[in-house]
Design a protein around this ligand. Structure first.
Ligand SMILES: [Zn+2]
Length: 247
């Protein structure tokens, strides 16, 4: 189930039952992933605050169910849900709240995801590269000026201590976990402590085990793509010279 933001509701209408419902919504189709304008019809009030309708994707004809919940009948108090949820890549959680990343980079990332979700593979690949350039530029600042990206990347370890997150995380898990081990200290672990410990531990697992594995798999994939491309470019086109008669 996906909560549709107000900005994606393009038209509201009032039902005879006085429910305000969205009749046109922009959505990425849950079935074919094409971004489309869905016309929602067949509205019926199932409760004095809840109405449901349905819509078909203009591209693949698969159907979605739309649910509108409104306490006062005012669209501003209405919450709209669709089932099933749209397909597509979601942004990294919390990225837009980071102060260390510029608004331009956040906009590049949003544009990258938009193009990716619209299956524009060329634009999304180019934007990934542009985002990398922007990120490296933010880290190196003036020291990266005049250098090609290859050389800028080589300078990154001077500015980013990749081992620091591991030791910081491990110490944090140890410190928070101590609350659970030393009950006589008076600090009894509660839900917040347990959740914080689990979150920290999972970040650590991701950093130590999962991320290196994913990087290795991506490296293998890039090498394979490079060799496939090389093989393709080595194939000589068929000549138009007269064929000999072998028979
Ligand atoms: Zn579709």
């Amino acid at each position: 189930m996906h909560n549709v933001p107000f900005s994606d509701v393009k038209r509201w209408e009032a039902l005879p039952s006085n429910h305000k419902v969205p009749t046109v919504i922009s959505l990425q189709c849950p079935n074919c992933a094409v971004p489309a304008s869905f016309s929602v019809a067949g509205w019926s009030a199932v409760h004095n605050a809840v109405a449901n309708g349905s819509a078909a994707c203009p591209a693949c004809d698969s159907r979605i169910t739309v649910i509108a919940v409104s306490v006062s009948g005012d669209p501003l108090t209405c919450v709209v849900w669709v089932i099933p949820s749209p397909r597509g890549r979601s942004p990294i959680e919390g990225l837009d709240q980071l102060k260390s990343i510029s608004p331009q980079l956040i906009e590049t990332y949003a544009s990258l995801l938009r193009n990716f979700n619209q299956h524009d593979w060329v634009a999304s690949t180019m934007l990934s590269r542009r985002m990398l350039e922007g990120m490296v530029g933010v880290i190196l600042k003036d020291d990266g000026k005049g250098l090609v990206l290859d050389k800028q990347i080589e300078k990154l370890p001077e500015y980013v201590d990749s081992t620091k997150p591991v030791t910081v995380l491990a110490h944090l898990v140890r410190q928070v976990g101590n609350f659970g081990v030393h009950f006589n200290s008076g600090a009894v672990p509660d839900q917040q402590t347990a959740e914080a410990t689990l979150n920290l531990l999972e970040y650590l697992v991701e950093f130590i085990f999962i991320l290196p594995k994913k990087i290795f798999e991506l490296e293998e994939m890039v090498e394979r793509l490079k060799s496939e491309r090389k093989d393709r470019s080595n194939v000589t086109p068929p000549t138009t010279s007269p064929r000999t008669n072998d028979s």
